[in-house]
Design a protein around this ligand. Structure first.
Ligand SMILES: *Cc1c(COP(=O)(O)O)cnc(C)c1O
Length: 422
């Protein structure tokens, strides 16, 4: 099936007489005739549902759909994008281990790595993803366990050279994990370029309507954990399952199986059936929405580029953008609806301009159906001086515009009236 069929038909396959539409299995628990049957499920000897923290039929169907969309062998849905990033690392790293991460990743992920995981004894070396391989090589240590990057970074919109990063990771015997939230599997297929694990904040385009928080981890099944001595948690007995060995019991899906049966069990960051149901509704229209977001963003970026009051525009779909060529390679059908730009006059003028916008509303969100704006210098980054802002790559006049799926003429008209007032 083509990807835009899978978004509609994937995952849920009703049997004779069953509901045509994926039902919400609003039940924490499942009934069995004997304690022995239930015991087999607890020991992972048999497949089945017994408690919705570990598995639920609604969540399961949406996981299967997302695995198919990314071309992976398994997917685990989580309570948020943050918990997806966290588990993707904790699954193969313990205290004393080290990871290499691109600097240009989502701010929440940066904090997770730089502060919280560091406190747990997992050290991160941040690298400039655009640096030559010879320089990137120097970040690796004997205890490096993975490489992390973002296919299209939020908010910098830098495009990761996935092939280069996959080769780099593999030459050091470790997997590449990429956050594919912004382009979604509709616009970017990281496994086809060598990435091993994909994470998502489904909160953004995947659900698409700004209604539920969620995350996903997808396993390509391609990394050979058993061939390495670096991942004893996957290749040696798990005492919490009577000595089960994940690579032996689950083969290519070992990584995903361990996340679910060990980490979600212990840490409890599961997705609820209700959230999975709403996420699934969003997925059904994902290809239509992504195409519209990209078309609209193309038009808005073109408009902003030609306006006298705009200082600069950052959008990888513009020919003069530094990442235009990489975007064309990895995201040939478009990137996503997010554009960042500066208005002439700096921080104060930027804040004023945003107040004059009517259709585009000021919210702490990005990547949903409604056009919205955020001024990091006066919100998420307001404690920083102009100098400190520049160092962190967030210019004082930077406005992040998330172009929605409304009529593009109305979005541009709103920008025009606000620009007229500054
Ligand atoms: C929002 C976001 C996250 C965090 O996801 P939540 O669902 O908000 O926890 C992670 N990565 C990227 C790229 C994001 O945009």
């Amino acid at each position: 099936m083509k990807i835009d069929t899978t978004t509609v038909q994937g995952g849920y396959k009703p049997k004779n007489g069953e509901p045509r539409v994926l039902p919400i299995y609003q039940s924490t628990t499942f009934k069995y005739d004997t304690a022995e049957q239930l015991g087999k499920l607890f020991d992972l000897e048999e497949n089945g549902y017994f408690y919705s923290r570990l598995a639920n039929p609604t969540v399961d169907c949406v996981e299967q759909k997302i695995a198919e969309l990314e071309g992976g062998v398994a997917c685990v849905l989580t309570s948020s994008g943050q918990s997806a990033s966290m588990l993707s690392v904790l699954n193969i790293c313990s205290s004393g281990d080290h990871i290499v991460s691109s600097t240009t990743i989502y701010g929440g992920t940066y904090n997770l790595f730089d502060v919280t995981l560091r406190r747990l004894g997992i050290e991160t070396t941040f690298v400039d993803a655009d640096a030559p391989v010879s320089e990137l090589e120097r970040a690796f240590k004997p205890n490096t366990r993975l490489v992390f990057g973002e296919t299209l970074a939020n908010p910098s919109l830098k495009v990761l050279d996935i092939e280069k990063f996959a080769k780099l990771a593999h030459s050091h015997g470790v997997p590449l994990i990429v956050d594919n939230t912004f382009p979604t599997p509709i616009n970017c297929r990281p496994f086809e370029w060598g990435a091993d694990i994909v994470t998502h904040s489904t909160t953004k385009y995947m659900e698409g309507h700004a209604q539920v928080i969620g995350g996903a981890i997808v396993d390509s099944g391609n990394f050979d954990w058993a061939a390495s001595v670096k991942y004893p948690e996957l290749t040696k007995p798990d005492e919490s399952y009577h000595g089960l060995v994940y690579t032996e019991a689950f083969g290519r899906a070992a990584y995903a199986a361990k996340i679910r049966s060990q980490l979600i069990r212990d840490m409890g960051v599961a997705m609820t059936p209700n959230t999975a149901y709403i996420l699934n509704l969003g997925l059904e229209t994902l290809p239509l929405r992504m195409a519209r977001h990209c078309d609209n963003a193309d038009k808005v970026a073109e408009f902003l580029s030609n306006n006298d009051k705009i200082a600069w525009v950052n959008y990888p779909g513009l020919k003069y953008n530094t990442y235009y060529a990489l975007a064309k390679k990895y995201m040939p059908n478009g990137t996503c609806g997010v554009i960042s730009f500066g208005v002439k006059g700096g921080r104060e003028v930027a804040a004023k301009f945003m107040e004059y916008l009517e259709l585009a509303q000021i919210v702490t969100h990005v990547a949903d159906a409604r056009t919205c704006v955020l001024h990091p210098a006066s919100t998420t980054h307001r404690q920083l001086s102009d100098e400190a802002l520049k160092e962190s790559g967030v210019l004082p006049d930077l406005i992040r515009l998330s172009v929605g799926i409304e009529n593009p003429d109305d979005i541009i008209a709103d920008l025009v009236q606000a620009l007229d007032q500054i």
